[in-house]
Ligand binder design. Structure first.
Ligand SMILES: NC(=O)c1ccc[n+]([C@@H]2O[C@H](COP(=O)([O-])OP(=O)(O)OC[C@H]3O[C@@H](n4cnc5c(N)ncnc54)[C@H](OP(=O)(O)O)[C@@H]3O)[C@@H](O)[C@H]2O)c1
Length: 325
């Protein structure tokens, strides 16, 4: 992260962190990423490499590189899956993390998982679709003198798999509300704080599915396409403010959401065929590692010059990066 970045202060020059020692994993065979990004997997096409998160993380564990010490980070969707892992990685890297989700017990379990020297988590049990959830977050930020310089919006749901004429309307609306309104409400609360600080990074979880059309996927696909558009809009408004906003595809990962998709696709008839194939692929390959999205977030957080308005991809994922905008 820009001004507060501690990397140079701890004897690790930016060149060293950003430079060529970053391990470049080859894409798995048979995928199109090599065409898309010129021979190696990259976080996003045609950009300078991000810092090497995994090497730096290792050094942080060894105690000589407190990467994100002094940084305040908010992560939604913290109670399970990808968001939970992002919380663990950022806290291990020294950030003070506010972990937000509705399930209190799962947050408490997460707090027990993250151990010193990681700073204690600040837990906020809140529904980030609702104004009262945002009020609870605001109160927690004020009580903790929290100055967020990284916001990772991960909260999401898959919703129904059904053709538009067959779908239960309230479940469609709920999915779009969860995925889009949560991002909007969080940004509306946090952007003014970041602007007044003159620095900040916002990373919104999207999906490669936002770039495709597939029968039965109108709720999730539409909601994530809207997150993309909202984020581009926000990025434009933030230009030259010191604050940036991007979306990221976190990989194809076997989480609670994956189990929801498996269950929904199984009973969706023809509309579920595409997702039944995807579930089979995930079972066959094991899916992408949970850690990759967290590594991507950490790399962006460590970057002295984070991108703005971009669609970011994990390294080496099952779904290859492709040109977006
Ligand atoms: N898994 C994949 O393959 C994949 C692929 C592409 C994109 N993604 C995206 O990555 C993100 C995380 O997915 P995941 O697979 O980790 O899913 P997950 O395990 O089901 O986690 C979803 C998280 O969102 C939280 N959440 C949902 N509604 C919320 C609300 N109204 N307020 C606060 N928190 C809420 C849930 O917590 P509570 O229930 O405790 O509130 C949970 O922590 C999602 O945005 C998803 O669309 C996932």
């Amino acid at each position: 992260m820009q001004d507060k970045a501690r990397i140079p202060e701890n004897g690790c020059s930016v060149d060293r962190v950003v430079g060529a020692d970053r391990p470049r994993r080859r894409c798995r065979p048979g995928r199109a990423a090599e065409e898309a990004v010129g021979g190696t997997c990259a976080s996003w096409p045609s950009e300078a490499p991000l810092p090497c998160a995994s090497l730096s993380r290792q050094r942080a564990r060894e105690g000589d590189l407190p990467l994100l010490t002094g940084h305040d980070v908010v992560v939604t969707g913290a109670s399970s899956g990808i968001g939970r892992q992002i919380v663990i990685v950022l806290a291990e890297a020294g950030a003070r993390v506010m972990a937000v989700a509705r399930r209190e017990a799962a947050l408490a379990e997460l707090a027990r998982t993250v151990r010193p020297p990681a700073p204690p988590l600040i837990l906020v049990a809140a529904d980030v679709v609702r104004p009262d959830g945002i009020s609870a977050l605001r109160e927690a930020m004020e009580a903790e003198a929290f100055q967020p310089d990284l916001l990772v919006n991960v909260a999401g749901t898959f919703g129904p798999i059904a053709l538009v004429g067959d779908v239960e309307p309230e479940s469609w609306v709920e999915a779009v509300e969860t995925n889009l309104l949560s991002v909007f409400r969080m940004c509306a609360e946090i952007v003014p704080r970041m602007r007044s600080q003159g620095r900040g990074i916002i990373l919104n979880a999207t999906s490669a599915a936002s770039l495709d059309i597939q029968a039965g996927n109108s709720a999730y696909g539409t909601s994530k396409a809207a997150v993309n558009h909202f984020t581009r809009q926000l990025a434009l408004e933030l230009e030259s403010s010191g604050v940036v906003a991007d979306v990221f595809h976190p990989g194809d990962v076997r989480t609670e959401m994956f189990e929801d998709i498996r269950a929904a696709a199984a009973v969706a008839g023809d509309a579920g065929a595409g997702y039944r194939d995807w579930v089979a692929l995930m079972d066959e390959t094991g899916g992408d590692p949970l850690d990759e999205a967290a590594e991507l977030v950490l790399r962006v957080a460590m970057s002295p010059d984070p991108p703005n308005g971009r669609f970011l991809w994990i390294d080496g994922g099952i779904t290859a990066p492709r040109a977006t905008w």
